[in-house]
Design a protein around this ligand. Structure first.
Ligand code: DGL
Length: 262
């Protein structure tokens, strides 16, 4: 059986992870689902996100995914544990804010973490802090506007810059020299983040490490580099934003995914 790597996010953010998976496994068959009809996830309760993530994972498994990457920190925080228990035969790879490498490399001892409000509320983040933040001061900021900007491919210009400044200033003012991207939408704002934060701030994005983990668990891929894109939102809009943001194109029509309750 050919392996199919299912990749899930609330929206287009997980395309940053998809790009790294493609770099790692250029021949793998990928099936990406964006739950844009119910995005953003970051302002929802973890219970809601857990339910939606379970439904999305089921959708991908029913269509042949053999491995699932939850390319969303919020959905991972809410659902990863339960999904692994529910589908013991399916390898699930998830995301967590990369506090560990940040704590190792910070010189000032001050780390900023930008993510969604829901990610910060989860037990996963509390456990990451407890395990890896030893000795470092960790400043957290929820940046919901950043998610909206990326969803509309508005990753440059005055409005985007103002939003990036507003979110980062309190972190930078307190001496952070390392910034952890704890939301998969945020890598698309890296040029702006770099421009605002300056060269002394190191940006940590866990996507390359996550892609290496996907490559380890999806052992025999043997695919043909096929990419299927699906969304519960507007397929045409998704196709356009995927291309504008990440240069991602599929040879096939973007599939529409519908939920019973939407
Ligand atoms: N991309 C998601 C994450 O990594 C969050 C975006 C949203 O709020 O839906 O947390």
């Amino acid at each position: 059986m050919t392996a199919v790597i299912g990749i899930f996010d609330s929206g287009v953010g997980g395309l940053s992870v998809l790009t790294e998976i493609r770099r790692e496994l250029p021949d793998a068959d990928l099936f990406y689902l964006a739950d844009q009809a119910r995005a953003p996830y970051g302002v929802r309760t973890l219970a809601e996100v857990a339910e939606m993530t379970a439904e999305a994972s089921r959708w991908l498994l029913d269509r042949g995914a053999t491995t699932i990457t939850i390319a969303c920190n919020t959905a991972s925080a809410a659902a990863l544990h339960a999904l692994r228990a529910k589908h013991p035969d399916v390898p699930f790879v998830g995301m967590e804010p990369a506090v560990k490498p940040a704590a190792v490399s910070t010189a000032t001892g001050v780390i900023g973490v930008v993510a969604t409000a829901a990610t910060f509320q989860g037990e996963l983040f509390a456990s990451v802090l407890q395990r890896h933040a030893t000795g470092a001061t960790v400043l957290t900021r929820a940046c919901p506007r950043w998610v909206e900007l990326v969803e509309s491919a508005e990753v440059e210009g005055p409005e985007a810059r103002q939003q990036v400044e507003a979110c980062l200033e309190p972190i930078l003012d307190r001496g952070a020299d390392t910034l952890v991207l704890g939301c998969t939408h945020f890598p698309f704002l890296v040029p702006l983040i770099e421009a605002v934060a300056g060269p002394r701030v190191r940006i940590v994005d866990p996507s390359p490490a996550v892609a290496r983990q996907v490559s380890r668990v999806a052992s025999s891929t043997g695919g043909s580099g096929r990419l299927i894109l699906a969304t519960s939102g507007d397929p045409e809009r998704f196709r356009r934003v995927a291309y504008e943001l990440a240069g991602i194109e599929s040879l096939e029509p973007v599939l529409a995914c519908t939920w019973n309750d939407s």
